[in-house]
Design a protein around this ligand. Structure first.
Ligand SMILES: [Zn+2]
Length: 95
């Protein structure tokens, strides 16, 4: 199963790294380490899974109950297969 064409997204809110302030800020503050917000996620986000190209931003990680990475892998597969409740894009400005 090749997921390499998937857009990198938060599995919780559905946002891309460049839409999420914590990654944008890191990229701006550490230009010697990161070329982009996405690179922050690829290189330094512990919840990032290269197979599904999903991660959880800090807000969504906390909302999800701070799951273990081993649990996340299975959730990510489900998210990519069928967008369940846990993966729904955020509605409105609920953040
Ligand atoms: Zn999120």
């Amino acid at each position: 199963m090749g997921y390499e064409n998937y857009i990198v997204r938060c599995a919780g809110c559905g946002e891309r790294p460049e839409q999420i302030p914590e990654y944008r800020d890191r990229a701006r503050e550490e230009p010697e380490s990161f070329n982009s917000a996405q690179e922050v996620v690829l290189l330094d986000e512990g919840t990032f899974d290269p197979n599904t190209r999903l991660f959880l931003c800090t807000d969504c990680y906390i909302k999800a109950g701070m799951p273990l990475n081993s649990d996340l892998r299975g959730r990510y597969e489900l998210v990519r297969n069928m967008m369940g409740d846990w993966a729904n894009p955020i509605k409105g400005g609920d953040k």
